[in-house]
Design a protein around this ligand. Sequence first.
Ligand code: COA
Length: 214
Amino acid sequence: MSRRHLYVIGTSGLAREMAQLASQVGAWDLVGFVSDGSQPIGTAVGSVRLVTTDELLVLEDPDADVLLGIGRPVARLAAGRRLAAASRLRFPNLVHPSAILDRGSVELGHGNVVTAGCVLTVDIVAGDFNLLNWQTTVGHDVRLGAGNVINPSVNLSGGVVVGDAVLIGTGAQVLEGRTVADRATVGAGAVVTRDVAAGTTVVGVPAREVATDG
Ligand SMILES: CC(C)(COP(=O)(O)OP(=O)(O)OC[C@H]1O[C@@H](n2cnc3c(N)ncnc32)[C@H](O)[C@@H]1OP(=O)(O)O)[C@@H](O)C(=O)NCCC(=O)NCCS
């Protein structure tokens, strides 16, 4: 049986990591990377090449599978929503075989990536296009919106709510029941002891607001 075509959107280091992950899961033929138009088709990205732009992809291989290799949450969410609305491209959930999750009670939308060593316990709901990076843990009853980028070794305790397009930096901890609202940024190593308002950046232990996008 022929395997489905897979394209990775983006050209960054994260995009190459997504290609590596897809090869470890092993269910696809990786055709190549999709350019935003700033680099010519044919440019090497690691050992694979830029093969098309997203405008061409929807015409050339309209039923292909797509993985988002975009690490900035607002851009990730916008690209996912735009392509999903305007094409037949498919956004599978990619779960590394070493991730531990209760498939009976963890609900994933589409386009989510769960990398090696992640642990998701029970009764968790995630929307679309989230990235859970290496060795992140997600506790019971967590709610994740869409387009969130959770960097390596983050711990989300039970009942945490994460909005949309949130970045949580590597090694951060979010204590039980706290909310991190849309477009917020939690700095690497922070411990979130209070709710984080939309569009704000918090850092430190305990996490304190240092910036806002409003
Ligand atoms: C919080 C963060 C987004 C801020 O980025 P930024 O806006 O570019 O901020 P800057 O690097 O200019 O730093 C601004 C100030 O905040 C401090 N700061 C930055 N990140 C911090 C952190 N995580 N914890 C504590 N202080 C931090 C800096 O020391 C600097 O302080 P100063 O003004 O007293 O010198 C970023 O530092 C961060 O933590 N990103 C997550 C990175 C990550 O997860 N990487 C893994 C990728 S896989």
